[in-house]
Design a protein around this ligand. Structure first.
Ligand code: NAD
Ligand code: UDP
Length: 316
């Protein structure tokens, strides 16, 4: 049994990670300030004596003795991370410094959840880890993109300077149950709109692409990365290479929900990446042939079921 710290553990991805780590017989401590996450995401774990939930903001230091740290704390949807951009930068940068400082002191292994956003609006397609990215350093997405890029730099600096055992993954768009219905990301937006019979909001002409990964596949990749050979630090892409336009996604959601919703077109936010698709050959090679198993229709069906139940509970 390992003792594992998960920052941002009450969020969408964090809650699935805590659940999986507990199921594998570990002791899990979840730190969260509930900015975008909620106790509701982990309420089903509270009766487990090996689970602890602690309200804490990672921009402040925290001390605890653990074997491993998964650093997830950071708002992930553009609406949320742009809401208080300075706080987003502080969370990525000071959060990384605090957690790396802790890892150094207690000699814990630490994994950073970086993002495909470090590639910005990519000029290389699909994106490999060796691509340095095309990020606007002063645009509306920069608080997130540059915060995450700086965090990667900090991880490698702590490794080279202080010998901290680090792992860095770059996550591509991930969806699934427990996404926040109001967080503005495209999958949750389209599903909630379709279930409510509201217009589906397509930003721009809907021809921009994303590659959507179901959360279970990400959790598997993340845990394999934490347990990979000690000299493999990453960064490694973790995503599903199947690429869709936003119009194709809307069509699938309308079809699966049997919705009468119509499409409505809104302006494209600035710096919105035109296309995104992971090259996952490195993950396949280093993470024991890891690859995504859940394809979009199957994952959407499970996610739609989750939001359908959530909306019914809100009505009753
Ligand atoms: P989320 O918003 O659901 O979860 C983030 C969690 O961090 C929330 O519980 C939030 O309350 C917590 N948090 C935010 N600021 C904090 C702070 N200062 N102190 C303590 N807790 C704080 O988002 P998610 O989709 O679960 O993302 C988790 C991580 O994965 C993030 O770091 C995100 O950047 C990364 N990521 C996610 C995706 C994706 O598609 N979901 C893609 C790339 C990277
Ligand atoms: N998007 C959209 N309608 C929405 C929300 C998002 O068309 O209601 C588009 C958005 O412009 C982007 C894509 O969907 O091109 C993915 O957006 P999301 O915020 O989910 O993730 P990110 O842009 O960070 O990849």
């Amino acid at each position: 049994m390992k003792r594992i710290l998960v920052t941002g553990g009450a969020g969408f991805i964090g809650s699935h990670l805590c659940e999986r780590l507990l199921n594998e017989g570990n002791e899990v401590i979840c730190l969260d300030n509930y900015f975008t996450g909620s106790k509701a995401n982990v309420v089903h774990l509270l009766n487990n004596p090996f689970f602890e939930l602690i309200r804490h903001d990672v921009t402040h230091p925290y001390f605890i003795e653990v074997d491993e740290i998964y650093n997830l704390a950071c708002p992930a949807s553009p609406v949320h991370y742009q809401h208080n951009s300075i706080k987003t930068i502080k969370t990525s940068v000071m959060g990384a410094i605090n957690m790396l400082g802790l890892a150094k002191r207690i000699k814990a292994k630490i994994l950073q959840t970086s993002t495909s956003e470090v590639y910005g609006d990519p000029e290389v397609h699909p994106q490999t880890e060796s691509y340095w990215g095309n990020v606007n350093p002063i645009g509306i997405r920069s608080c997130y993109d540059e915060g995450k890029r700086c965090a990667e730099s900090l991880f490698f600096s702590y490794h080279y300077q202080n010998d901290v055992a680090i792992k860095v993954i770059r996550i591509f768009n991930t969806y699934g149950p427990r996404m926040n219905p109001n967080d503005g990301r495209v999958v949750s937006n389209f599903i909630v709109q379709a279930l409510k019979g509201e217009n589906i909001t397509i930003f721009g002409d809907g021809q921009q692409t994303r590659s959507f990964q179901y959360v279970d596949d990400l959790i598997e990749g993340m845990i394999r990365m934490m347990n990979s050979r000690s000299d493999f630090l990453g960064p490694v892409n973790i995503g599903n290479p199947n690429e869709f336009t936003m119009l194709e996604l809307a069509e699938q959601v309308i079809d699966l929900t049997n919705s009468k919703s119509k499409l409505t077109y809104l302006p494209l936010p600035s710096d919105d990446p035109t296309q995104r698709q992971p090259d996952i050959s490195l993950a396949q090679k280093e993470l024991n042939n890891w690859e995504p198993k859940v394809q979009l229709r199957e994952g959407l069906t499970k996610t739609i079921e989750y939001f359908d139940n959530l909306l019914k509970m809100q009505v009753s």
